[in-house]
Design a protein around this ligand. Structure first.
Ligand SMILES: [Zn+2]
Length: 146
């Protein structure tokens, strides 16, 4: 994977910059986002609207994890860098068709607009949450014939 390109994901993204500056998703911004990201954008907006972007803050360490709830399960999103969903794996990492999945876009928009839920939990749950995401992947790899 070309990490450099992912890290610089938003560097030249004028829409994200404008959204950061304005702090609201105006009609014209909405149209331009839709033009640029198409289906990904509408899925991202739906996730934001449905409050499916969660920031788990672990205490007392202060560590945090971003989780986006998909249709059937939770995905771990490392801001602007990684998502545990299949779309990210196949279309971003393997086929390099795109730079992001809708979860990454949704998290970014939710963070800028402050439209995410913060869930404070004990540090002891940190590994459980990661395992919940990892276990699903292992099970799936084992039973998926591709
Ligand atoms: Zn994803």
């Amino acid at each position: 994977m070309n990490l450099g390109s992912v890290v610089r994901l938003w560097e030249d993204d004028l829409l994200i910059k404008e959204l950061e500056r304005k702090g609201v998703l105006s009609e014209s911004l909405l149209e331009r986002f839709a033009l640029k990201y198409g289906k990904l954008f509408w899925r991202a907006i739906k996730a934001v609207e449905e409050k499916r972007i969660l920031k788990y803050v672990f205490e007392p360490s202060g560590k945090y994890l971003w989780i986006v709830i998909g249709k059937t399960r939770k995905y771990l999103v490392i801001p602007d860098f990684y998502c545990s969903c299949d779309d990210f794996y196949f279309n971003v990492v393997t086929r390099r068709k795109r730079q992001l999945c809708y979860h990454i876009l949704a998290r970014r928009i939710a963070e800028i607009l402050g439209l995410y839920e913060t869930i404070r939990v004990s540090d002891t749950l940190y590994k459980d949450l990661l395992n919940e995401i990892k276990l699903y992947k292992i099970r799936k790899d084992k039973f998926t014939v591709s």
